[in-house]
Design a protein around this ligand. Sequence first.
Ligand SMILES: Cc1cc2nc3c(=O)[nH]c(=O)nc-3n(C[C@H](O)[C@H](O)[C@H](O)COP(=O)(O)O)c2cc1C
Length: 337
Amino acid sequence: MIKQADDMLFKNGLGHGVFLAPMAGVTDHTYRTICKSFGAEFLVTEMISSKGVYFNDKKTARLARIEKGEMPAGVQIFGHEPEIMAHAAQKLVSLDYNGCVSEVAPDFVDINMGCPVHKIVSSGDGSALMKDPDLIYRIVKAVSAAVDVPVSVKIRAGWDKNSINAVECALAAQEGGAELITVHARTREQMYTDFYDWSVIADVKKRVNVPVIGNGSICSYSDVVKIKEQTGCDGVMIGRACQGNPFIFREIKEALENKPITPKTNEEIARVAALHLEMICEEKGETIGILEMRKHLARYSHGMRGSPTFRNKCNLANNFSEMMELIKWLEDPHEEN
Ligand SMILES: Cc1cc2nc3c(=O)[nH]c(=O)nc-3n(C[C@H](O)[C@H](O)[C@H](O)COP(=O)(O)O)c2cc1C
């Protein structure tokens, strides 16, 4: 089914096509909002269990929260049963979804075909789908038929080096109705290692008619230029390089617009980290907020002199005020703290 909003969203409306990668445990509503404020154009939720949605699991519903300020944003689902995934997608795009606290309905539904984690692939979900392109076709077709927003997929290069089949999977997804395809240039076997091969993105781009988003170790504006030149991809997706560094989206946007780059400063890092703490505690409550904030602060302080001591102190912070006080160190990082 070709949807009315398509031309607006993925074809004419890609802009620079800079996507924030979905990262479970990292890109929650709070962090997506922060990345958006620095220029990430498209956001995707952390992966959401289609079974969890199907069975009205409340914890799952919270992951689907999208607010107006995040748009355009999609919900990402994982699973392997076409009917259950279609049903879940339908619920997620409906604002009546039981327990869902979203202000707005998602602009698109993304299907996870890349998660390499054992728990996920052993159930036949995530990158395990790439072993069965016909199942990919049936899933995308079912989900596409169930919702009136575009459906996209996120695939890897293949399962392992002996089964690089991103083109076959992308064609199956396109045949099923996918209107955007993100290719993470690693196999499942390669997990998140240093190895990646962008040529697989070029191979997919040559064969499909829908926009292709390149993903895998894009860490700077020069990587954006390189991946676009080497693969012809229509957009890019940034993952780990933006952890603790939402400023990367500003750098890329300014460079793409031939504007002078605004360098991040320590004061700015401290200010954004403080805002992050405030927002995450508001989103998830103080107890979970300060626990989850530990890993973010480790990222914000990455490479700074004295960061190991800073991290240790953050790990011992018992409440919001203690952590907020520690964050001031980021303004002027030094060995003794
Ligand atoms: C902690 C973490 C969680 C992730 N969670 C998801 C997820 O929920 N859905 C998904 O499609 N990919 C997920 N990914 C993969 C990223 O979206 C991205 O494809 C991958 O990190 C490669 O991009 P990068 O090299 O820019 O980091 C995750 C990656 C990391 C590191």
